[in-house]
Write a protein that binds this ligand. Structure first.
Ligand code: IPM
Ligand code: MG
Length: 358
C-alpha cells in the first residue's frame, strides 16, 4: 500500500536540506519501486508568516493522516520577539505532542572519513556508535504549571515543572532496552536522582523495567557526570536513555563528538511506529539561503524513516552506503571540510547521494 509522507521544510536552511532528502526519496521511488506519495505543508516561522500559527490545523491533520513526517528545521531571529507560546518551536513541540511521538532516537556515529573533523582526538572518537534515546513528550518541556507570574510582593517568578508518570518512564525505557537488544545490550540511564525526586522515580522504574530484559546490562549515571564522561571516554556508552531536557542537552554534546551536528539524524516514534524524522540541528539562519548547508543529517533521517516506519531496511542500508560513498569521494560541505577534500554546496551533495544509490 502506498505510504504517505508529509514534508515539512520549515525555516532557515530547512527548505534547502529537505529538498535534497526529497531527491533521495524520489530516486528510491523511481529506481527501487518505493511506494510513497509526498505532500508538503507549513510549519514553524513559515507557517506564522503565511497563516499566523506555527502549527496550522491543516498541517496537524495531514501529519496525523500520514505514515511518516520529514521535517527540516524551525525557528530564526525573525520570530524571536514573539511570545514563547506562539514561536516557531511551538510548531515542533505541538507535532511531537499531537502525534504522541514519545521516543526520540538520536544516534551519534562517527564516520571514519570525518575522524579529523571532530574537536576530540581521533583515538577518543574513532569507531564511536552511541544511541541516545530521549523521552520527547513529557518532563519539564510539557509539565504544568508553567509560566512567568507576578508574586504578591510584585517580583516576577519564572516557573516550569518536571513531572513524569511511571508509565511514561516505563515505555521509554522499554524502547531503549528493545533497541539495545539489537546492539551492544548495554543501557545507561541518565538522571539526577541525587537531587530531583522525579528522576529518583526514573531510576526506580528503569530498574523495574529492566527485569524483563535479563540480557541487558543496565547502569545509571547522574547527568553532570554523563556530560563529562561523554567527552572523556565516549566509547564507554552503547545506548543512553534519559528524559526530555537531559536528552536535548546530551544529544547536542554527542553530536560534536562526530565532527558536525550536520551529520546527525533523528527519529521520533509513537506507540504504533509512526514517526517524524528530522536532523537534530536547527535552522542555522546564519547560513540560510547560501546553498552551503549540510543535507546529510536530513538524508540520513530518510534512512531512519525507511528502517523504522517504512519497513525497508535494505533501502535504508542503501542510503547509508550512498552517504558513505559520497564521503569517500571527498565531497564536503563547509562544516565538515578538511584539506584534501572538495568543498561543495548542498545540492551537489544531494545529487551525489541520489546518484550513488546505484
Ligand atoms: C531539539 C531542539 C528542540 C528541542 C527545540 C527547537 C524546541 O533543540 O530538537 O533538540 O528543544 O527539543
Ligand atoms: Mg536540541
Amino acid at each position: 500500500m502506498t505510504k504517505k509522507i508529509l514534508i515539512l521544510p520549515g525555516d532557515g536552511i530547512g527548505p534547502e536540506i529537505v529538498a535534497e532528502a526529497v531527491k533521495v526519496l524520489a530516486a528510491l521511488r523511481e529506481g527501487y519501486g518505493l511506494d510513497i506519495e509526498m505532500e508538503e505543508a507549513l510549519v514553524g516561522g513559515a507557517a506564522i508568516d503565511a497563516v499566523g500559527n506555527p502549527l496550522p490545523e491543516e498541517t496537524l491533520r495531514l501529519a496525523r493522516a500520514s505514515d511518516a513526517v520529514l521535517l527540516g528545521a524551525v525557528g530564526g531571529p525573525k520570530w524571536e520577539p514573539l511570545d514563547i507560546s506562539v514561536r516557531p518551536e511551538k510548531g515542533l513541540l505541538g507535532l511531537r505532542a499531537g502525534l504522541g511521538l514519545f521516543a526520540n532516537l538520536r544516534p551519534a556515529i562517527l564516520y571514519p572519513q570525518l575522524a579529523d573533523a571532530s574537536t576530540l582526538r581521533p583515538e577518543v572518537v574513532s569507531g564511536l556508535d552511541i544511541l541516545i534515546v530521549r523521552e520527547l513528550t513529557g518532563g519539564i518541556y510539557f509539565g504544568q504549571p508553567r509560566g512567568i507570574r507576578i508574586l504578591d510582593d510584585g517580583e516576577r517568578q519564572g516557573l516550569n515543572t518536571l513531572v513524569y508518570r511511571e508509565s511514561e518512564i516505563r515505555r521509554i525505557c522499554r524502547v531503549a532496552f528493545e533497541i539495545a537488544m539489537k546492539r551492544g545490550k548495554r543501557v545507561c540511564s541518565v538522571d539526577k536522582a541525587n537531587v530531583l525526586e522525579c528522576t529518583e522515580l526514573w531510576r526506580q522504574v528503569a530498574v523495574e523495567t529492566a527485569q524483563a530484559f535479563p540480557e541487558i546490562e543496565l547502569s545509571h549515571m547522574y547527568v553532570d557526570n554523563a556530560a563529562m564522561q561523554l567527552v572523556r571516554r565516549p566509547k564507554q556508552f552503547d545506548v543512553i536513555v534519559t528524559d526530555n531536557m537531559f536528552g536535548d542537552i546530551l544529544s547536542d554534546e554527542a553530536s560534536m563528538l562526530t565532527g558536525s551536528i550536520g551529520m546527525l539524524p533523528s527519529a521520533s516514534l509513537n506507540e504504533t511506529g509512526k514517526g517524524m524524522y528530522e536532523p537534530i540541528h536547527g535552522s542555522a539562519p546564519d547560513i540560510a539561503g547560501q546553498g552551503i548547508a549540510n543535507p546529510l543529517a536530513t538524508i540520513l533521517s530518510v534512512a531512519m524513516m525507511l528502517r523504522y516506519t517504512l519497513d525497508q531496511p535494505a533501502l535504508a542500508d542503501r542510503v547509508e552506503a550512498a552517504v558513505r560513498g559520497v564521503l569517500d569521494a571527498g565531497l564536503r560541505t563547509p562544516d565538515i571540510y578538511s584539506p584534501g577534500n572538495q568543498r561543495v554546496g548542498t545540492a551537489v551533495i544531494g545529487d551525489a547521494v541520489a546518484r550513488a544509490l546505484g
